[in-house]
Design a protein around this ligand. Structure first.
Ligand code: ASP
Ligand code: MG
Length: 407
């Protein structure tokens, strides 16, 4: 007996047959005594299809207010179909759009933030024994305009609902059966984690394991909503994401997972003046180009000059190099070079906080594999290195082995 939010992503409701399958599992949960609020995405591919149509009609700049009206229809289809499928199975259900619930958001179309959720209507239905089916990804602003929360936003809708309704757990059903120690496509011995902390999940998610929307994990951490990632196709316990406290009794692994990101590029500016303002002179204009800079390293200067290295997304590489070269008169760099075939490889784990020597184990393991590290950065629960992309798979497997993450 629990009060649960169950969120089903696009592939889980990608066809009528799958919607029926989802209805069947909700029926089972209901029969076992759980109260259930369901949040659904649009059928897979639907949001992209709608975006493409909008672009066809308005090729230059799409009107964001109207775009939100359009995109919200994807989820409206799935809430109705799922409620019908539930009723067909004899389960009393009722669907609501974001506006009908009153998921109040700000007015930033296509990236709205949830401000408040009216829980009265939902609780009324729950108390009547109904399953409530809510459209993810959408809300309504003060003036009644339909808004959307940004791509992948139904995870956030689900977590926000679970927080507002004080549910026992927010279950995110997707096409993978949990969070893994690393990408199983790279290391076939990767293992599903039973538990992981919000902090670790954020590091894993931001480093490219795209299981959950980052905003949803932040939200869950902030409001302490236990999150569970499960497969809608394969039964199992999934992965529970919670706080690392005594109650949750985390298995004390030093390293919980190996995360990586292929799309990195490295840029090095040599021989710039070693004086106040140099970093700003290089990075200020880059941020004005709207390019996100990730790792930054500056060498100890020699002869009043210094070298400066940083990473950007591979897609931005040429633009940044061109910009720096075009403006080198001001910078006065001796050389501006780089490499756009880099990858970032990281170990993540709250266990690092209380243990020394983890970094050197990581470095030794990469050295033994013959992998050269170009940049290193550390935080409390993460160590990242930048390496040549061609060694990424090798590096992932070496670290997975070193930190004993396999089954
Ligand atoms: N349907 C929306 C999207 O494709 C929201 C979601 O799936 O979470 O981005
Ligand atoms: Mg989705």
């Amino acid at each position: 007996m629990a009060f649960l939010v169950k969120k089903y992503g696009g592939t889980s409701v990608g066809s009528v047959e799958r919607i029926r399958h989802v209805a069947q599992s909700i029926k089972q949960a209901k029969e076992s005594g759980d109260d259930v609020v369901v949040v659904v995405s649009a059928m897979s591919g639907e949001t992209n299809r709608l975006v493409a149509m909008a672009r066809e009609v308005m090729p230059a700049v799409v009107d964001v207010r109207e775009l939100d009206v359009l995109l919200s229809t994807g989820e409206q289809v799935t809430i109705a179909l799922l409620s019908m499928a539930l009723k067909e199975l004899g389960v009393d259900a009722r669907s609501y759009t974001g506006a009908q619930v009153r998921m109040l958001t700000d007015s930033s179309h296509s990236k709205a933030r949830i401000l408040d959720i009216d829980t009265d209507r939902i609780m009324g239905d729950i108390n009547e024994g109904r399953v409530v089916v809510v459209a993810g990804f959408q809300g309504v602003d003060e003036d009644g305009n339909i808004t959307t929360l940004g791509r992948g936003g139904s995870d956030t809708s689900a977590v926000a609902l679970a927080a507002a309704l004080k549910c026992d757990e927010c279950q995110i059903f997707t096409d993978v059966d949990g969070v893994y120690t690393t990408d199983p496509r790279v290391e076939s011995r990767a293992r599903r984690l039973e538990r992981i902390t919000f902090e670790e999940m954020l590091e894993m998610a931001s480093l490219g394991s795209k299981v959950l929307q980052i905003r949803a994990v932040e939200f869950a951490g902030k409001y302490n909503v236990p999150l569970r990632v499960l497969s809608s196709f394969k039964p199992g316990e999934g992965t529970l994401i919670t706080y690392d406290d005594e109650e949750n009794n985390m298995e004390q692994a030093l390293v919980s997972g190996i995360a990586f990101n292929r799309d990195e590029a490295q840029i090095t500016v040599t021989g710039v003046a070693d004086q106040p303002g140099t970093a700003y002179a290089i990075l200020g204009p880059i941020s004005e180009l709207n390019v996100e800079v990730d790792m930054i390293i500056q060498n100890i200067g020699e002869d009043d000059t210094t070298d400066f290295t940083f990473t950007v997304h591979r897609d931005e590489y040429q633009r940044v190099i061109d910009y720096l070269k075009a403006n080198n008169e001001k910078l006065g760099a001796k050389s501006i070079t780089g490499d756009d075939r880099m990858a970032k490889l990281s170990i993540v784990g709250v266990g690092m906080r209380s243990h020394a020597g983890i970094a050197s184990r990581m470095f030794k393991s990469l050295a033994d594999a013959g992998i050269n590290m170009r940049l290193i950065s550390t935080s409390e629960i993460k160590i990242s290195v930048v390496i040549d992309e061609k060694y990424l798979e090798l590096g992932v497997r070496a670290l997975h082995e070193e930190f004993e993450l396999a089954e």
